[in-house]
Design a protein around this ligand. Structure first.
Ligand code: HEC
Length: 242
């Protein structure tokens, strides 16, 4: 027992190891570790500490003394020990607070609006009556208007500017597209747009956005008509594959 009291008490070593590694992982490590990983490592560290203490009978005794109310520890260590015990509730409280508090920071990943489409989209043969924007017939555009107003307007807006009545509640990972912006459909070939309207944003978790897929709801023909109307309303022209 005697030589145990000479060094740093094992209880202190245990607590400092546990709390120290937690603080290092949670607050010091850059970039911060995800909390699931921190918890995972903590399990190993806890196990290591338990093994360290239970390896020798004298350490077990010493540890039981350490956590007992009337510890026989030297005064300095006794104060240190009490300080740590007193701090634990604050530490736990802070952690509960920091995991429960609501943050408004946007998700880390940036939404990538345009990606390489599947091969079938590149190979896709656009129906002749829809292939050439110069020759889009007014009656198809008019038919597309109704389809647009029934299905797309709530999000993309009556002016195709992304300001539909439902748009303000959709922000992540991307807001409904403003088709008037040059970086959107004006930059895309019609077959790409066809793919996006048919399969939406849920497809393959590629976009994972709120954009619904319309392949079940609308006929291929209807999708082409709504695409024509969308370009018409936005006042832009599609691009051709080069
Ligand atoms: C529930 C809301 C919602 C509805 C309804 C909706 N969209 Fe979308 N749409 C989105 C969102 C959000 C995006 C942006 C994210 C993305 O590209 O997946 C988007 C993106 C798009 C894009 C891709 C634009 C680009 O630049 O890549 C096209 C094309 C499109 N929508 C067409 C339509 C058409 C046509 C309809 C109706 C048949 C429609 N959308 C209905 C929410 C909606």
């Amino acid at each position: 027992m005697d030589d145990n009291n000479k060094g740093i008490p094992s209880g202190i070593i245990a607590l400092v190891t546990i709390i120290g590694s937690y603080v290092l992982m949670r607050f010091v490590a850059q970039p911060p570790l995800p909390s699931t990983l921190t918890n995972f490592f903590m399990m190993f560290i806890l196990a290591g500490v338990v093994i360290y203490i239970t390896l020798e009978d004298s350490r077990i005794e010493e540890f039981l003394d350490f956590i007992s109310f009337r510890s026989k520890l030297p005064l300095v260590w006794d104060i240190f020990r009490k300080a740590i015990f007193a701090a634990i509730p604050f530490f736990v409280a802070y952690n509960v607070y920091s995991t429960e508090k609501i943050t408004y920071s946007p998700p880390g990943e940036l939404f990538q609006p345009h990606v390489t489409p599947p091969q079938w989209v590149v190979d896709y043969k656009v129906p002749e009556w829809a292939a050439n924007p110069e020759k889009w017939e007014q009656r198809f555009i008019d038919q597309g208007k109704k389809i647009y107003e029934d299905n797309c307007l709530p999000c993309h807006g009556k002016d195709a500017d992304g300001k539909g009545p439902a748009a303000s509640s959709i922000r992540y990972p991307a807001a409904p597209t403003n088709f008037k912006e040059p970086g959107t459909i004006a930059q895309l070939p019609v077959s790409y747009v066809y793919w996006r309207v048919r399969d939406g944003g849920i497809f393959d978790k590629q976009f994972n956005s709120a954009m619904p897929g319309w392949g079940e709801e609308l006929e291929e023909e209807e999708i082409w008509k709504v695409i024509m109307y969308t370009y018409h309303k936005a006042g832009v022209k599609p691009r051709t594959w080069e």
